[in-house]
Write a protein that binds this ligand. Structure first.
Ligand SMILES: Nc1nc2c(ncn2[C@@H]2O[C@H](COP(=O)(O)OP(=O)(O)OP(=O)(O)O)[C@@H](O)[C@H]2O)c(=O)[nH]1
Ligand SMILES: [Mg+2]
Length: 277
């Protein structure tokens, strides 16, 4: 016990030593800080306690972040990840099954899907990960898995919302009002694959060797990316020894346009790299 510390401090310290979880330790440490002697001689003690508290808080935050993803074994894969989010029986699993290879259960009773279900959508060779989130209900964040599921939703590049009735839509609006996703779309039964692709802000680019047909699958890039970005993704040597490229497709002003590294590409372009001999 430090000099001049009183009985209250001693009690808080005992609680700290007895604490078994990080949360309990944080609480006890905050108590110790508030009860620590305020004179100059105890300055070092107060500083040490605060450092210890900061470390505990950051380790708690890290483990809860990790936990939210590990709980469901979620790992982002592919060019982008899209969440299928909706109220009960809104057809999330039907959509997932229709668009991907996922073998999910579809049934007319509510809450058929109890954990996130994954599938891979193949868009002209570009792999896009889809994840069905179990149905969103009133007060969703306070349900057992609410926070973990929200963590998954927030890490996605696009959210597709599904619902059956206006009151279901209201549930989604209320429960998801502060999600941090770049983009949210509603799906009507139009050409869903194309709609998802259009909203991902990606482009698919084909590479090609001189004298050969275009290579498959295409490479997914962000909209606005250049020949340089493509080269970096395909083979770094293309950029190191770059001479010029031949571009055909939507960004080419004419057939076999000769372009430098800064040329901005468009969806479905075909690019041939020429390197210095
Ligand atoms: N609303 C709606 N229902 C559909 C559609 N397609 C199929 N269904 C039927 O709706 C019921 C629920 O479909 P699911 O795909 O399991 O719905 P879900 O949203 O995954 O349901 P939960 O996982 O239980 O929340 C099934 O009986 C389906 O046959 C659709 O496009 N819209
Ligand atoms: Mg389902």
């Amino acid at each position: 016990m430090p000099i001049n510390a009183d009985i209250h401090y001693q009690k808080a310290e005992d609680e700290y030593n007895d604490a078994s979880t990080t949360e309990e330790k944080i609480k006890a440490l905050q108590n110790m800080i508030s009860k620590a002697p305020s004179h100059k001689g105890a300055e070092m003690l107060r500083k040490n306690l605060k450092t210890r508290l900061a470390k505990l808080k950051s380790s708690l935050e890290k483990s809860s972040r990790k936990g939210s993803f590990q709980k469901f074994n979620f790992k982002k894969e592919g060019a982008a990840t899209v969440a299928l989010v909706g109220t009960v029986n809104s057809g999330k699993s039907t959509l997932l099954k229709g668009l991907t290879n996922a073998n999910v259960l579809i049934a007319s009773y509510p809450f058929t899907t109890k954990k996130p279900e994954f599938g891979v959508l193949d868009y002209y060779g570009v792999k896009i990960q889809l994840v069905e989130i179990p149905a969103i209900v009133n007060n969703f964040l306070n349900t057992n898995d609410g926070k973990s599921l929200l963590g998954i939703i927030n890490s996605c590049d696009l959210v597709v919302l599904l619902f059956n009735t206006p009151s279901d839509k209201k549930i989604l609006d209320v429960e998801l009002f502060d999600i941090k996703v770049k983009k949210i779309i509603y799906i009507e039964h139009e050409n869903i694959k194309d709609k998802i692709w259009k909203n991902l802000d990606l482009i698919k680019i084909y590479t090609k060797e001189p004298g050969k047909p275009k290579a498959y699958p295409p490479v997914a890039l962000d909209k606005g990316n250049t020949v340089r970005d493509l080269g970096l993704k395909v083979h770094k040597d293309f950029i190191k020894n770059f001479d010029y490229s031949i571009v055909n497709g939507n960004s080419a002003k004419f057939k076999n346009m000769r372009c430098g590294l800064k040329h901005v590409l468009k969806d479905d372009d075909i690019v041939e790299f020429h390197i210095k001999k």
